[in-house]
Design a binder for this molecule. Structure first.
Ligand code: FES
Ligand code: FES
Length: 192
């Protein structure tokens, strides 16, 4: 149903690889439409395009879904954070956030991960400053940003195939090893 009582139209979206037709009303933002469709990994923290929680990829570009009219996304490919990896096979950025204890309440993390993936796609070996600049419109109320920044730098190393050491001082881990040794609860290999 339209948010403002105006018209509503059917739009075509490809969401996480699945083509679908959704009803969108005038004034409906993309984040609302996605969440109504069950994509609740798209978070809404401010509804004003300032906190970064609602970031998704739209045709490969990072967009704050709360700040985009759903009708403007007609015909687009949307990728939410849930499509980046599975519980058993997380994206290296997702895995690095887990291993570096960068997730507290988790509310900001989808937006952070989307932005980090975009950063590492364009700049595979960023400096700490570049990571901080990339995440500067992702508001986090929990972590103080240090752990997420460490996670992105760690992910950069993993994605270059270099060994990295988890923030807890644990054993060196590579992306390949993560995939082969998904035995921790975070890797989806246990029943807990
Ligand atoms: S909810 Fe979209 S940027 Fe805050
Ligand atoms: S982990 Fe809680 S807002 Fe970032």
């Amino acid at each position: 149903m339209p948010k403002t009582g105006g018209y509503s139209v059917d739009i075509e979206l490809t969401i996480n690889g699945e083509r679908t037709i959704v009803e969108a009303g005038s004034g409906d933002d993309l984040a609302t439409v996605l969440r109504q469709r069950g994509y609740i990994d798209v978070k809404c923290g401010c509804d004003g395009g300032t906190c970064g929680a609602s970031k998704v990829f739209v045709d490969g570009d990072v967009r704050m879904a709360c700040g985009m009219e759903a009708t403007d996304a007609d015909g687009s490919e949307i990728q939410t954070v849930a499509a980046l990896g599975t519980q058993a096979d997380l994206h290296p950025v997702q895995q690095a956030f887990v291993d570096n204890f960068a997730v507290q309440c988790g509310f900001c993390i989808p937006g952070m991960v989307i932005e980090a993936v975009a950063l590492l796609d364009s700049n595979p070996d960023p400096t700490e400053r570049e990571v901080r600049e990339a995440l500067d419109d992702n508001v986090c109320r929990c972590t103080g940003y240090q752990k997420p920044v460490e996670a992105v730098l760690d992910a950069a190393q993993r994605m270059q195939g270099e060994q990295s050491v988890a923030a807890d001082g644990g054993h060196p881990v590579t992306v390949a090893q993560h995939r082969d040794e998904s035995t921790s609860c975070c890797g989806g290999g246990c029943d807990e």
